[in-house]
Structure formats: C-alpha cells, structure tokens
Design a protein around this ligand. Structure first.
Ligand code: ATP
Length: 308
C-alpha cells in the first residue's frame, strides 16, 4: 500500500488580480478514502481543486497529487486522475454515449461502458447530443466520463447539484463502489447530508484556508446542540435530575410528556438520565440521542450570514 498521501497541499496561495482566492491553504488527503471539501460560496474550493488538476498554477506553495506536480508533470498525472468539472468540458454537439465510449477507448483498463450507462440511467440518452440532455443527464454523463477510465483518484465538483433523489442515490452508490475498488475520491458539495453519508474525511474551507478537518463523527462530537430526548408521564419534577447533570446542562419538558436534556451527550449522561428514571420509577420511552449534524457544525464554523 501507498503511505504517500493522494494529495498534499502546503501553503497554497492563488490570487485573481489582487484578491486572494486561496490564502495559505494546507491540506493532506489520504488514499483510498472519500474526502468531502466543504465551504461557503467563494471559499476557494474550486480554485483549490483546479490547482490539483493542473488547470491553475499556484502563486505560492506546493501541490502534489499522487506524488506529482500537477502543472510540471501534468502529462504523467492526467491519465491517473478523473475530473468532473462544475460545468461542461464537453463538446456540446457530441452524442452522449458515443462520447463516453470514445473516452473509455482512450484508457488501458476502462470500466464497462454499458454497465456504467445503465447504473447512471443514461440508457435513453444514447444518440442524443450533449446539449440536448437535461441538466441532470449532463451531470451524470460528466460523472461517467470522470470515472470510466478507472482513475486512481477522482475529483468531483458538486456531483449531485441539481440531481433528483434517485440520481443522487445512484451517484452515491457509484462513489462508494469507487472507494471499494480502492479509488481515492475528493468531492466538493454544499449538501451536508451528502458529506455526512459519504465522506470518511471532511475538510472545511473558508476564506481560502482550511479551518477544520476530521471525520464527520469527530466534527459533530461535542457542542451545545447535543441533546437526549425521551418520553414519559407528563409533569415530572426535573429538579432532582438537574442537580445530577453537569454544569450548564438543561432539562425541559418540551411538550407534555416529552423531555429534552441538553448537555454534551456521552455514555455518562445516558447513565445519569436513565439512573434518575429508574430511581423515579419512570420508564423512558423513545429514548434517543441527538447529535449535532454536520450542518450545525458547518454553520458554527463559517457563520450564519450570507457571503457577499
Ligand atoms: P462555490 O461554492 O461558489 O463554487 P468556491 O469555494 O468553489 O465557491 P472559488 O470558485 O474557488 O470558490 O472562488 C474563490 C474566489 O475567487 C471567489 O471570490 C471567486 O469570485 C474568485 N474567482 C474564482 N475564479 C475566478 C476567476 N477566474 N477570476 C476572478 N476571480 C475568480
């Protein structure tokens, strides 16, 4: 196995005019995993990804993809990576599936085109010109083009933007299968549920820098939104429970018979609450642990205001 990361970025700076789009960004992406790159509009995600693909030259810093310099060693890198751009990169008049077959033929060990077409529901688009495909069909074709050559590493920029739920699921399945086959996947998305569902690792970018990394689990751990809920007889006296909870915790009856305990959720908290229930002769029904979602974490990190 490779110990070298799939992507290693150190101190990346990229300006458009005098405005920094990426401003001293460090990021390491492990091989064989799915990494989601998240960030508000204009945070610098696409610029970073395009630099990894060799489309943009860094103003400062170093970028290595599969150990190669994406600009200086582009010819060696290109056949080993798959790229799905946010828009196009496809000749508008070309026929959908023919284009995919042509792309497959350029690679030594392509995926089975017919199977890929079926998986992504592109069967009906066979001879249709690219420009006449619906937005979702174009999107799925772009995904197919990115993966058909069996790359070691794929970059997917917002692969499910604008897709219907069925196509989103088909895309997720395909991405998981890629990981199973050992492919490294880097995906940008604005769908936090998608990152939560798919990603082994998440990197949050804001104002051209990485401000948080970790697995979705790690990022969601801790924080004020964590809560434990249960149902029981209405009107329970929560005073004695409160005394046993850690400082800063809250316990409320949200609607008659529904209780919410707000505190960092850990096994000890569950033990305290169920211990109190046992001592009070209360059977807690529908006891559930609510953890912070990735969306909560994302908004905490990047703020709730719209970016200009
Ligand atoms: P989004 O989520 O909206 O796709 P992003 O995180 O991918 O955003 P980038 O596309 O990398 O962000 O853009 C970062 C900043 O650089 C933005 O302020 C954008 O306006 C600017 N920018 C991007 N491309 C160019 C360009 N070709 N010329 C000038 N400015 C650009």
């Amino acid at each position: 196995m490779h110990s070298e990361p799939a992507v290693k970025i150190a101190g990346l700076v990229k300006h458009y005019g005098d405005k920094p789009a990426v401003d001293g960004l460090d990021l390491t992406i492990a091989r064989g995993a799915i990494t989601a790159v998240l960030g508000p509009n204009g945070a610098g995600k696409t610029t970073t990804i395009e630099t990894c693909e060799g489309y943009r030259r860094p103003d400062a810093g170093t970028v290595r993809v599969l150990g190669l310099d994406p600009v200086a060693q582009n010819a060696a890198l290109r056949p080993r990576i798959g790229v799905m751009l946010q828009s196009g990169g496809v000749y508008a008049g070309a026929r959908a599936v023919e284009m995919l077959r042509h792309t497959a033929a350029l690679h030594a060990h392509p995926l089975d085109v017919d199977a890929l077409v079926e998986r992504l529901g592109l069967g009906s688009c066979g001879r249709t010109a690219y420009r006449r495909l619906s937005g979702g069909q174009q999107q799925r074709l772009a995904l197919a083009m990115a993966v058909v050559g069996r790359p070691e590493l794929v970059f997917l920029d917002e692969p499910t933007a604008g897709l219907d739920p069925q196509a989103r699921r088909a895309t997720w399945e395909l991405v998981r299968d890629l990981r199973r086959d050992g492919v490294t996947v880097v995906v940008t998305t604005h769908h936090m549920d998608e990152a939560e569902q798919l990603a082994d690792q998440v990197a949050v970018i804001d104002r051209g820098r990485v401000i948080a990394t970790g697995s979705p689990e790690e990022l969601c751990r801790g924080g004020a939104e964590n809560a434990l809920r249960f149902d029981g007889p209405p009107g329970l006296d929560l005073g004695p429970l409160l005394k046993e909870l850690p400082e800063g915790a809250a316990a409320t009856e949200t609607t008659p018979g529904s209780y919410r305990v707000e505190a960092p959720v850990d096994p000890q908290l569950v033990a305290t609450v169920t211990g109190w229930c046992a001592a009070s002769g209360v059977l807690p029904e529908r006891l559930s642990v609510q953890r912070r979602s990735l969306e909560d974490v994302f908004l905490d990190l990047t703020g709730r205001d719209l970016r200009s």
